[in-house]
Design a protein around this ligand. Structure first.
Ligand code: PLP
Length: 356
């Protein structure tokens, strides 16, 4: 029996625009010429930097394109975090930043969340190097911060002079509902560090992520990038730029969102059909993930891998190891049919509550 993976938060192979990217890579090299193959500014390939700057209404010097947005997170954290510095994070949050912050010696301070995202009025007291938040289709919960809370968070951050890092790789991966303004937009582009990526909208393997930062911070992060790898790989950045220039981005995104919606629907249907009473789960309008909370009274999950399905345990997403009753289920990678089977397998690994 082949194992069905709800662990892999990556796009299904059919989401990847292979032929178009192959053409764009060729076009990018032939049109871009030598600069695409030489060293250059650490902050990224000029034409793509300009495109991103225009999209976000800032000057190009405030944009730093990194080898995936996670690399940018490392640079930014290296710049802002000294050992013992506090960093506020949603509880739960994306697991990789937790590991990076730990490595840098940060004190990771959890911010409480509910179904509508973090609770701005429950931000911990005191200073922090920054608040890390994923307001839209969060990894791992799929939850989205409401507009009211976005406004309140921006207001509080301004009052407290707290830098907010808005990580937004899933904002455009919306297949239902109205797009919400980003924190960056609500703040008029000031006081919010904004990060996004082409990993979910084009392909993760191109490793093209970016940050829009206050000018001084952008210059510091660019200097760190230069001292780490001289310049990032321009070939993939130029390929993404060519993809945008040719108008491939929007139609590809629409196609990808359709493929993801079918997967999200299959998972919601399977959960509805197979989960026991008392289990609850998120219902995201986009992104890659559903967060499943098992019933309070259920005994611990049996070995799901033996039942033929994998997922990431909730504990990975809390700095303090809580989350033992929760699971992150990624629906992005497997097919709708596999999702239906996988949810049935998962349910078979949930023991019935012990009878009295
Ligand atoms: C919230 C979040 N931020 C960042 C990343 C990493 O993106 P990139 O591929 O641009 O490094 C991911 C990838 O899953 C993610 O879920």
């Amino acid at each position: 029996m082949a194992v069905i993976s709800f662990a892999r938060g990556v796009p299904a192979p059919e989401c990847l625009p292979i032929e178009e990217l192959a053409d764009c890579a060729r076009g990018a090299l032939l049109d871009g010429g030598a600069p695409v193959l030489l060293y250059g500014p650490g902050g990224g390939y000029g034409p793509l930097r300009e495109w991103i700057a225009q999209r976000h209404g800032v000057e190009p010097a405030r944009v730093v394109i990194t080898s995936g947005s996670l690399q940018g997170f490392v640079f930014l954290s290296e710049q802002l975090v000294t050992p013992g510095a506090r960093v506020f994070v949603e509880a739960p949050t994306y697991d990789r930043p937790i590991k990076i912050l730990r490595r840098l010696g940060a004190e990771i301070v959890p911010v409480p969340v509910d179904e509508d995202g973090l609770l701005p009025d429950e931000l911990p007291e005191g200073d922090a190097a920054f608040l890390y938040t994923i307001p839209t289709f969060q990894n791992p919960t799929g939850r989205t911060l409401s507009v009211e809370r976005r406004r309140r968070l921006v207001e509080l951050a301004r009052e407290r002079n707290l830098l907010v890092l808005e990580d937004d790789p899933y904002g455009l991966v919306r297949y239902e509902g109205e797009p919400l303004p980003s924190l960056f937009e609500l703040a008029g582009g000031e006081g919010i560090a904004y990060a996004s990526s082409f990993s979910k909208t084009v392909a993760p393997g191109v490793r093209v992520g970016y940050f829009v930062l206050p000018l001084e911070l952008a210059q510091q992060v660019e200097a760190l990038a230069t001292s780490t790898y001289i310049s990032p790989p321009y070939l993939t950045q130029a390929t993404v730029h060519e993809f945008l220039r040719r108008g491939n981005f929007e139609p590809n995104l629409e196609r990808v969102n359709g493929l993801l919606k079918a997967r999200r629907d299959a998972m919601l249907e399977g959960l509805e059909r197979h989960m026991p009473d008392g289990a609850t789960w998120s219902r995201p309008q986009g992104g890659y993930f559903i967060w499943l909370d098992l019933p309070e009274d259920a005994p611990p999950l049996a070995d799901a891998e033996r039942a033929g399905v994998t997922f990431v345990p909730g504990t990975d997403f809390f700095a303090d190891g809580s989350g033992g009753r929760s699971l992150r289920l990624a629906f992005s990678y497997v097919s709708p049919d596999e999702i239906a089977d996988g949810v049935a397998r998962l349910a078979s690994a949930i023991p019935a509550p012990a009878s009295l």
